[in-house]
Design a protein around this ligand. Structure first.
Ligand code: TXE
Length: 489
């Protein structure tokens, strides 16, 4: 049984509600969870409010906060194997990818421990004698941090590390589908002696606990990563009371391939871009845009290699792609496959569940390649969030840029070219929050992450990721006050 964590105590739900998390590999139950209701949400926000208004955290020094974040990074590394195992079981991703997630999470805590003191504010030249003017950065208050199921540990770290570094208090809610690594992370904060109320954990469904959390008037800021429809709803809810929102809502990311790049390298990276974690990645390179002269040989090799991807349990070292997160997510991807076929896309690989009887209870789907795609097809326009890549073709650089920008999203894009001038021109022209040149997927804790267009609002990581959680106050100090003489009376 896993509990809620409110005001420094592990607790059942007030109404005794529970739910279960299941293993996407075979649909068997993994653990029972306390399921938060309205009263628990209220208790968690109240605890965070009291800790912010009266507790020591906001008044602690940057050095103290950085030390705590550094300690969390140490504990994450101590428990690396165990955390990776939990993450792999709960999400279905391979153990190797889960290990990389724990390492990346550690790096995020270390990064914010390192820069916490470097963004405290600045001195402004007031242009008047006797006046001292400065901008100070202060915490925003109570932050509601809501994470998705594809990178549970990593995504919560992008929010939690900067929120705490800035001196805020928090209520976190992992996805109901993948709460286990977040529960373990909260245990590490308890071990590191974080003061009670600074970090509160709610477990529960989005439509109930999540919705009650974002609607709670005690919350000052909401940071959410998830689907577009949920993000729009959260933004509308946050409008009441004019609360701050930061949203990361996924993407439909173009991966543009020019002729002249090393063939094996580009095919290999196109597979990683599209099928890492079964394509359940907000920045997945799910929309390949390939130059005419290369197109036919490229798609043939891509499909042949996609057919060879080994699908199975994330814990099996032979596995390259695990299951999808849920029956619902797989059904969604299967609807897109049917839609793609009905719209005239050419199925070159996958499009079906694996034949192996071992995998029949899990939420598996073979990596799928659609060629002959047009920009007006639904599979090309909407985020599928599964192992499905579409291929379009182009002839000129202008056309490639135009296609790459022909999306309502704008999270990430890839460009493959051996011409450095072309690489810079295309990267400059693409309207996406991250552009990878001759690579795909790497991100850095020190580099901003976020989207143009419907991919969201605000930036995570880098200095901007910290500033999301800071209020900026101008303190203007006239050291030689004198009458203003505006009025004569
Ligand atoms: O996400 P939701 P779902 C996309 C992807 C996927 C689709 C739906 O296309 O197919 O979203 O996935 C919580 N108030 N992404 O339904 O609903 C929920 O409990 C407050 C892209 O799983 O957005 C979970 O913790 N919270 C994405 C989190 O929001 C609410 C990653 C995400 O759930 C809520 C995941 C509400 N009303 C899915 N409703 C990315 N950007 O990487 C739900 N939640």
């Amino acid at each position: 049984m896993r509990y809620l964590y409110i005001a420094g105590k592990w607790t059942e739900a007030a109404d005794g509600g529970t739910s279960q998390t299941i293993n996407p590999y075979d649909a068997t139950p993994l653990d029972t969870l306390a399921e938060a209701g309205d009263r628990d949400v209220d208790a968690a926000v109240t605890a965070a409010r009291e800790a912010f208004d009266e507790g020591p955290w906001r008044r602690s020094t940057v050095t103290e906060r950085a030390a705590l974040l550094g300690r969390i990074a140490d504990l994450l590394q101590r428990d690396r194997e165990q955390l990776a195992h939990t993450e792999s079981l709960d999400t279905g991703k391979t153990l190797n990818e889960a290990r990389a997630d724990v390492d990346d999470t550690t790096a995020v805590f270390r990064y914010y421990a390192g820069i916490a003191g470097a963004h405290a504010g600045r001195v402004v030249d007031p242009g008047r004698p006797g006046v001292v003017s400065r901008i100070v950065h202060e915490p925003v208050g109570v932050c509601a941090l809501i994470a998705p199921w594809n990178y549970p540990l990593l995504q919560i770290s992008w929010k939690l590390a900067p929120a705490l570094a800035a001196g805020n208090t928090t209520v976190i809610k992992p996805s109901e589908l993948t709460p286990l690594s977040t529960v373990a992370l909260v245990g590490l904060f308890e071990e590191a002696d974080l003061p009670p109320g600074v970090l509160n954990l709610l477990l529960g469904r989005g439509g109930t606990a999540g919705q009650a959390l974002v609607a709670h008037p005690g919350v000052d800021l909401i940071s959410f990563t998830g689907g577009l429809a949920t993000g729009e709803k959260i933004m509308a809810t946050a409008a009441h009371g004019v609360r701050r929102v930061a949203l990361e809502l996924g993407g439909k990311n173009p991966n543009v391939v020019f002729d002249g790049t090393d063939f094996d390298t580009v095919v290999d990276n196109a597979l990683t871009a599209a099928f890492l974690h079964s394509g359940q990645v907000c920045s997945a390179g799910a929309r390949l845009i390939v130059q005419d002269s290369l197109h036919d040989s490229f798609v043939a090799e891509l499909a042949a290699r996609a057919d060879r991807i080994r699908v199975g349990s994330g814990l099996d070292p032979e596995t390259e792609c695990g299951p999808l997160i849920s029956a619902e997510q797989r059904a969604k991807v299967e609807r897109y496959i049917a839609l793609g076929l009905s719209e005239g896309a050419e199925l070159l690989a996958g499009g079906k569940r694996p034949a192996s009887p071992d995998l029949e209870h899990g939420f598996f789907l073979r990596p799928t390649v659609f060629a002959g795609c047009r920009r007006d097809m639904t599979v090309v326009r909407e985020e599928v969030f599964g192992p499905l890549v579409t291929v379009e073709r182009f002839s000129t650089e202008e056309e490639a840029v135009w296609l790459g920008n022909d999306t309502s999203y704008g999270l990430a894009a890839g460009v493959w070219t051996s011409d450095a001038g072309q690489a810079e021109r295309v990267a400059g022209a693409l309207r996406h929050g991250t552009v990878w040149i001759n690579d795909y997927h790497p991100y850095l804790p020190q580099a901003e992450w976020g989207g143009f267009g419907k991919s969201g609002i605000g930036r995570e990581l880098g200095p901007s990721g910290l500033e999301e959680y800071q209020e900026k106050k101008h303190i203007y100090h006239n050291t030689s006050p004198a009458p203003a003489h505006w009025f004569s009376g």
